[in-house]
Structure formats: C-alpha cells, structure tokens
Design a protein around this ligand. Structure first.
Ligand SMILES: NC(=O)c1ccc[n+]([C@@H]2O[C@H](COP(=O)([O-])OP(=O)(O)OC[C@H]3O[C@@H](n4cnc5c(N)ncnc54)[C@H](O)[C@@H]3O)[C@@H](O)[C@H]2O)c1
Length: 429
C-alpha cells in the first residue's frame, strides 16, 4: 500500500481520498480552504454526496485519512484542483490552481514519485505546464526522475462512489512507465477497465466526452426552438427520433451549467480556435437558453414587469446541491432584469420557506431543475394559493395530467402544441 497525497479535496478529490483510504492506502488530504480541512479533521465533509460522509468518517477513524494544509512527502500525488474558465465571450482556461498545486508539491517531490493530474485540463497541460513546474521545483526530470500522468475523472455527482470504482478509466503518461505506475495505483480500487495512452491524448479524450454532450444538448435545444416555432412538441419528437437505433439526442433544457460540460469545450476551442466553429456555436446556443426561458415566461404572462414568479431549482442539474455555473441563476437574473419579483426555491439547498409558502400570490411557477422532490409537489394544494394558474416546465418533468387537472395551464419548453399533450403519447408526462 502506498502513501498518497491528494491535493484539492472538492467534489473529485475528497471521494478519491476516501476511496484510496478504504482500499488500504495511507492518504494525506490537502486543501487551501480551512473549512474543508477542519471538517476533514473531524471526519466530516462540507459536500453532499451519498455515502461520502460515512467513508470519510471511516477513513479518518482508521487513521489512514488525515488533513494537512500543505503537501507532505508521499509516493504518489494526485492533483484535483479546479480548472475554471476566464473571460466573457471566448473563454480561456484558468490554470492558476493547477500551477499552484504543482508548485506546492514540487518541494516534497522525491525520485521515483508519481504525480497524477486529475483536473480536467487543456491538451498539453500535464506535459507542458505541470511537468516543467515540478521539474523546476524539484530538480528532477519528468519521466526520468519522477513519473507524471493524467487520469481524467468521469464521475457523475450523486453517484460518485459507485462510478469511481466501476467506470472505465483512461490514463495518459508522459512515458510508458508513468502510465503503468499510475495504472497500478488505480487498479487498487478501480473495477472498470483501464486504458493507457499518452498524457495529451488522455486530456483530449476527457474534453471530447464533455464536448460531445454539450454539442448534443445544443442540438436538442435548437430542436426545442424549432419545434415550438413549428407547433410541434420537441420532447415527443426527440423521443420518437431516438427510436432510431443509431440516434441518441439528449434532452433540451434551460441551459448547460456546472463546472464541466459548460466549461470543457472552451479548452478545445482555446487549443484550436480555427478548427472549432461547431463547438463555439454550440456553446452560444446553450448560453442563449436562459434568455429564451425568460422570454417564454414573458410570453406566458404577457410581460414580466411586476409579475411574481416562483422558480423551482437553482442547482446546475437535478438531485445535487451544487449551484456553480447554474443556468437557473441566469434565468432568474433575466426575469429580475425585466422587472419580475422572483422567489427562489431549491429542494436540494436548505430553504427558509416551502414552495407552498413562496407560491402565495404568485403569477407563475417555473421549474428549472428536475429535482425528484418536485415530482411530489401537489398542484391541488398550490392552486388555491397562487394568483394565476400558470406553470412553465423547462425539463418536461411535471405531470401534465396532475397539473392540468388542478386547473393549471402548463407550458413546456420546446412544446409548440396549443393543446395539452395527449396522455400516454410521446415523452413521459
Ligand atoms: N465535480 C465533478 O463532477 C467533476 C467531474 C469530472 C472532472 N472534474 C474536474 O475535477 C477538477 C476538480 O473539480 P471539483 O469539482 O472537485 O472542484 P472543487 O471546487 O469541488 O474542489 C477543488 C478543491 O481544490 C481546492 N484547492 C484549490 N486550489 C488548491 C491548491 N493550490 N492546493 C490545494 N487545494 C486547492 C479548493 O479549495 C477546493 O476544495 C476540475 O478540473 C473539474 O473540472 C470535476
């Protein structure tokens, strides 16, 4: 078993640290945020992820998972720090956290140690950014003095502990020995298949995965706009198109958020701007969706000024508590900018008031995130409370039958049909 230092204990780093400790490794968890370190020292987490609390508590109780403000000598170092984008129109990778993490590891790096970059990064970051920083700080050479690899993360928030173990992994080394040594470390807890390649290919593979999803969602969003224009229900049309054995169109929605799918395509664009018009256009389509949703609500209400609107969901996707880069926040901004009074609710984030309390006197409820809890909303309880019986569903999530039976007029993003959907036909209501 190895001594492993995990630098960055967020949504990616902390689960890895916990899983490594449960696989028997001795893990030093490093973070620059004192709140994260204090929580870890007590065996707790500040992240909501099923099963993580228990695993972290077990790791800390066993003595195999400890919190530290700075990297300590170890056989392996895993960097799992943020890689956001900077800029407004054409966004660029901000590698300051990666650089700082590498700087902090360099002084304790010894001959034969392994460094793995887990952060999603622009092509070339491992070999051309992390490698040189470590070389300068340690006096050792990447691939000769120390081993260096990229192992991108594919976890799905909400199902992290299962996916960390069961997903297939791609590991790219700056040389063969680096890739193989990294594979040996991951083999101690990964049950999926592990594929070896070079570091830059591994970086591009991860970016391709998220870019594929972003472009596919942009296509679904464009279809949603087209369908509404044509008086067609996009949800039904997409479901029927997906019955083709080689077609898999994703779901439209109020935009793409989070720190991965909305961010990573920019790393590809930044690396090859001349060759990425499709990726750039897809980003623009998805970025325009929050404004489209605000326009849709304005259509439904005949204007937004002075309207009282309750938004359901503030996170970047369903059933997680992460509100970073959420398109829901942009929808709210557009509504407020147009003069609406917006009351926010999120079933996954601690709230002072219930939906029922917020709905009193509302002109419209707008579902922005399909948290499972919203399936249990009782429209017949809400109907007597609101001022107008309007509901806008951007995720095709609410039951048309239940809401229309309670008297609401339900408008769906991407549904251009004037009459209510035929129950049992098309996408599930
Ligand atoms: N969250 C996901 O679902 C997911 C999935 C796949 C890939 N990724 C990628 O993994 C990387 C990490 O993402 P995340 O969601 O865990 O981020 P996060 O913001 O949740 O966590 C990052 C942690 O790193 C810490 N940190 C920042 N700079 C540091 C430094 N110099 N030294 C030590 N700690 C430092 C922060 O305080 C924070 O706790 C990103 O590149 C992201 O794109 C994330």
């Amino acid at each position: 078993m190895a001594r492993v230092c995990v630098v960055g204990l967020g949504y990616v780093g902390l689960p890895i640290a916990a899983v490594l400790s449960s696989a028997g490794h001795s893990v030093i968890g490093v973070d620059t945020n004192p709140r994260v370190l204090e929580a870890l020292a007590r065996g707790c987490t500040i992240i909501r992820e099923p099963g993580l609390d228990t695993l972290v508590a077990q790791g800390v109780a066993s003595g195999r998972l400890v919190a530290c403000a700075r990297p300590q000598p170890a056989e392996a170092f895993i960097l799992a720090v943020p890689t956001p984008v900077r800029g407004l129109a054409n966004k660029r990778a901000d590698l300051r956290f990666v650089a700082a993490a590498a700087e902090s590891v360099a002084p304790v790096l010894k001959r034969g140690n392994l460094v793995i970059l887990e952060s999603t990064s622009p092509p070339g970051t491992t070999a051309e950014v992390v490698g040189p920083i470590l070389e300068r700080g340690s006096g050792l050479q990447a691939g000769q003095g120390f081993l260096l690899a990229h192992c991108p993360e594919r976890i799905l928030p909400g199902n992290v502990l299962h996916e960390l173990v069961h997903n297939d992994r791609v590991i790219g080394g700056v040389d063969r020995a680096s890739a193989e040594t990294a594979r040996d470390l991951y083999a101690s807890f990964v049950q999926g298949e592990v594929f070896l390649t070079d570091a830059t290919t591994a970086e591009l593979v991860k970016l391709m995965e998220n870019t594929y999803r972003d472009v596919n969602i942009a296509l679904a969003n464009e279809f949603a706009l087209v369908a509404r224009h044509l008086g067609v229900n996009a949800w039904e049309a997409i479901e029927l198109a997906n019955r083709h054995p080689r077609v898999q169109i994703l779901r439209p929605g109020p935009g793409v958020g989070g720190h991965c799918i909305a961010v990573d395509p920019w790393f590809v664009v930044g690396a090859a701007p001349r060759f990425t018009p499709l990726i750039t256009a897809s980003r623009a389509v998805n970025d325009a969706m929050p404004l489209h949703v605000a326009d849709l609500v304005a259509d439904v209400l005949g204007g937004l000024a002075g309207r009282r609107i309750v938004t359901l969901g503030m996170t970047y996707k369903a059933n997680v508590d992460d509100t970073r880069e959420s398109p829901a926040a942009e929808v709210v901004e557009h509504l407020q900018h147009a003069g609406a009074e917006v009351r926010l609710h999120d079933a996954m984030v601690a709230a002072d008031l219930s939906v029922e309390e917020l709905a009193v006197g509302a002109d419209c409820l707008v579902l922005l995130v399909d948290h499972q809890a919203y399936a249990d909303l009782d429209p017949s309880m809400l109907a007597p409370l609101v001022r107008r019986l309007e509901v806008v569903d951007t995720r095709n999530f609410l039951s048309v039958e239940r809401w229309t039976e309670a008297g609401f007029r339900l408008t769906r993003l991407g549904d251009g049909r004037r009459r209510a959907a035929i129950p049992g036909v098309g996408a599930p209501a």
